[in-house]
Design a protein around this ligand. Structure first.
Ligand code: AOF
Ligand code: ZN
Length: 361
């Protein structure tokens, strides 16, 4: 199963909106087939592994990181393919949260007399597809917010200058975060001041060329929150390709459409309604949303409890007390403090990276 998870990880940048899935087929203690799902519309992991195994699949054990599917989607059911190949045993890491499958794949295997086990390395398998799981269970994408700060918790000088706080290794890490996401989202301030494009650049990914090529075939949707349409269509952000703009009023939709962009009106109280935007993105099949925004928009996501994971990059610099804070989150009392649980902390080049999740109360 550990090997199947390793194979599944190769699909980190390309399977979207499908989950990342890997499969290993073992017979008499030897690996006879391996596969991973590469792209939506293409064969599932099990089909690749069965093709490699050929006749050797008969009587073998298949290890799969997700319950084999039972439905006819863009491809036929993997459960049927495993039965037909004569596999004796199937070990799955987790049930498929897709309501079209939801246990029916495992049941179909059992009905065919196959020995089935589910739940092996389940935590690792769930970690691979946080967005797919969250969207299948409730329709909403998994929201990850990326922040870069100095050791004294500052993100930008009062001049607005905020680029290049962290070094090249951290920037490559952020490129990979973008590439694995369905959506990369920012606000008008960041796009105007930093001239951010929010694109994925193949040469900066630091990936094996074949995986980088797969990633570039499925770039994330770039979403701009711009309530008052302050970012001109001539900005580098719009020049970099088609984008979705969440705004308060879409009377200018035709002008944006003519330039290749889409306008979505989602008015809350004078602000773009963030939960409604996330619901709309989930409905379009977005699994993981990466928020790369300034202190105000990042603070709004945090204040509304919309963040599933923080990725905070620390640079060994002090920006001083007149620089802007990481988040605009005006809290008064210790009792209001937001508690996070740190999942991972590691060096990335000369910088440090923390991955943390909010503690649910
Ligand atoms: C598997 N193995 O490798 C994957 C599975 O449209 P389709 O046919 O590609 O089906 C997509 C659904 O199939 C997806 O939502 C999920 O439930 C399942 N993905 N299942 O047995 C795989 N990628
Ligand atoms: Zn399948």
């Amino acid at each position: 199963m550990a090997r199947a998870l390793q194979l599944a990880r190769q699909g980190l940048y390309s399977t979207d909106p499908n989950p990342r899935v890997g499969c290993v087929i073992v017979r008499d203690g030897q690996v006879v087939g391996e596969g991973w799902h590469q792209r939506a519309g293409e064969p599932h992991a099990e089909v690749h592994a069965l093709r490699m195994a050929g006749d050797r699949a008969r009587g073998a054990t298949a290890y799969v990181t997700l319950e084999p599917c039972s439905h006819h989607g863009r491809t036929p059911p993997c459960a049927d393919a495993l039965v037909k190949a004569g596999v004796a045993r199937v070990v799955a890491a987790m049930q498929d949260p897709n309501p079209q499958v939801g246990g029916r794949g495992l049941q179909r295997l059992r009905d065919a007399g196959i020995d089935v086990v589910c739940g092996v390395l389940e935590a690792e398998a769930r970690e691979l597809n946080p967005g797919f799981i969250k969207r299948m269970e409730g329709g909403l994408p998994f929201v990850r917010i990326k922040l870069a700060m100095s050791l004294d918790g500052r993100t930008a000088m009062t001049s607005g200058e905020s680029q290049w706080i962290t070094g090249p290794a951290a920037r490559a890490d952020v490129q990979r975060l973008r590439a694995r996401s369905s959506v990369v989202l920012s606000g008008a301030d960041t796009v105007l001041v930093d001239k951010a494009r929010l694109t994925v650049r193949g040469e900066e990914l630091g990936l094996e060329p074949s995986l980088a090529a797969l990633a570039l075939q499925r770039p994330p949707l770039r979403v701009l929150i711009d309530g008052r349409l302050r970012v001109p269509l001539e900005a580098p952000f719009f020049q970099a390709g088609p984008a979705l703009v969440a705004t308060l009023d879409d009377t200018c939709a035709a002008r944006y459409r003519a330039a290749g962009h889409e306008l979505l009106a989602l008015a809350g109280h004078e602000r773009v309604d963030l939960p409604a935007l996330l619901a709309a993105l989930g409905a379009r099949g977005a699994n993981e949303v990466l928020v790369e925004a300034g202190p105000r928009l990042a603070g709004a996501f945090a204040a509304q409890g919309l963040v599933d994971e923080y990725r905070i990059y620390f640079a060994a610099k002090l920006l001083g007390s007149s620089a802007r804070p990481l988040l605009e989150l005006p809290l008064e009392r210790m009792a209001e403090a937001r508690e996070l649980r740190i999942l991972d902390m590691r060096a990335v080049g000369d910088d440090w990276r923390i991955t943390a999740q909010p503690v649910a109360h």
